[in-house]
Ligand binder design. Structure first.
Ligand code: NAD
Length: 397
């Protein structure tokens, strides 16, 4: 038992704690929404790597509650320790398990380093003994570092431009002022390390192991998530180090597509998703400012989507049973179509040119961005009494 009143411990868009009740309510809302959008049936076993927050959590919930799948999730989350709360992802998984038990759905989660051979072997063991071959494998990891599974090398990703320095607008988080940032270009080693962390190497190890173990069902589909975004973020995202890693991920999809096609008549795709508020993306320069402007435009035009809306669309239109995905000329699924529509981008670009400290709150959705960020950690969630002590030690069983 560890009862405590939990208030946000947050510094510059890094949140060090989470509220268990708020996270549980978030998950209940997510499941209510994906269940309502369905309910469809007919999906078998699904493996989601990166299943506790963001796009991975929304994917798992959609597969299970929207399409009747049995799911194995993999994530890396921290349980509560003494006076420290658990991570938001920990509380999310606890609620997923609780609802799955109540509603007789099959969800299990492995907590550990997805980059290690050990967790892959645990996943193989779980699938072989309690699931069977998987129909969909979703890779939704976002991590700042990766340990080589075969040595002691640890790669750390960086968010930097490639080739030339880049200066651009962004929100200085301490003072909440719109200012400029200057980023030096990445070194070759930094580019390589970022590709090692966020590229397709680890994804390929997962899919090849499942193939070798006979754990891919006939027609199995593998997916990883990517982002492209607008021109203003290209130097630090798409044409920067992370973009290089995403190019590697997309090239990996081609190799895995051939493998799955030959082996089980399956497919492999990258889905380019819309910009969403997540812990990992909040610390990328320029991104909170861009998202605040984008959210303002998309909310005003009624096109705003959360990860849950995106994943409902992904399954309904592209990868659910019997669906054939619509692909762009690079064979990618484009869930960022509404974000990247010329009208939305033109409006965002106009605001981008005008935005400064004085008009930030007036022309952008900065307050909505911050609220959504806090909600990721279970704060500012409607219906929670934040003055009441709560049990912070929550088990997954
Ligand atoms: P997130 O931070 O919300 O989720 C990351 C998940 O990875 C969590 O479940 C976490 O536990 C897990 N994880 C991290 N390191 C791990 C490790 N070593 N072992 C096991 N699990 C680990 O991230 P997200 O924003 O949902 O991003 C998921 C994917 O979607 C990424 O590939 C990202 O590039 C892509 N994407 C994100 C956005 C966005 O705006 N957030 C947009 C488009 C695409």
């Amino acid at each position: 038992m560890a009862l405590a009143v939990v208030t946000p411990r947050i510094r510059r868009l890094i949140c060090a704690n989470a509220h268990p009740t708020g996270c549980a309510l978030n998950v209940q809302e997510l499941i209510g929404k994906v269940g309502q959008a369905g309910p469809r049936e007919g999906l078998g076993n699904v493996l989601v790597i990166g299943s506790s927050t963001g796009y991975g959590l929304a994917s798992l919930a959609t597969a299970v509650w929207g399409w009747g799948a049995s799911a194995l999730g993999v994530c890396y989350e921290r349980p509560a320790q003494q006076s420290r709360t658990a991570s938001a992802g920990w509380y999310n998984v606890a609620e997923i398990h609780c609802l799955a038990r109540e509603q007789r759905r099959h969800v299990e989660t492995l907590n550990g380093d997805a980059f290690s051979h050990a967790i892959r072997e645990q996943a193989v063991e779980a699938l072989r003994s309690r699931y069977g071959p998987v129909e969909i494998v979703i890779y939704s990891l976002a991590s700042p570092r990766r340990k080589d599974p075969d040595s002691d090398t640890v790669w750390s990703s960086v968010i930097k431009p490639i080739g030339t320095p880049h200066g651009g607008k962004h929100i200085e988080l301490r003072t909440e002022t719109v200012t400029g940032h200057d980023l030096e270009p990445a070194t070759e080693d930094e580019i390589e390390a970022t590709v090692k962390v966020m590229g397709g190497e680890d994804w390929e190890l997962w899919v090849r192991l499942l193939a070798a173990e006979g754990l891919l069902a006939e027609g199995a589909r593998a997916l990883a998530y990517s982002y492209i975004g607008p021109r203003v973020t290209h130097p630090i995202y798409r044409t920067g180090t992370i973009g290089r890693a995403k190019e590697h991920l997309e090239a990996t999809a081609e190799r895995l597509n051939s493998l799955l096609g030959d082996l089980v008549g399956g497919n492999c795709w990258v889905s380019v998703n819309k910009a969403a508020v997540t812990q990992a993306s909040a610390v990328i320069p320029a991104v909170p400012l861009y998202k605040s402007l984008l959210y303002r435009v998309m909310k005003d035009t009624g096109t705003h989507e959360l990860p849950s809306d995106q994943m409902i669309r992904l399954f309904e239109d592209h990868i659910g049973p019997g669906r054939t995905p619509t692909l762009d000329s690079f064979r990618r699924i484009r869930l960022d179509d509404l974000e990247m529509s010329p009208d939305t981008q033109r409006r965002v670009q106009e605001l981008w040119e005008r935005v400064d400290t004085d008009n930030l709150n007036e022309i952008s959705d900065w307050s909505g961005f911050k609220r959504e960020f806090l909600q990721l950690f279970g704060f500012e969630v409607e219906g929670v009494d934040y003055e009441a002590p709560v049990e912070t030690e929550v088990s997954w069983d």
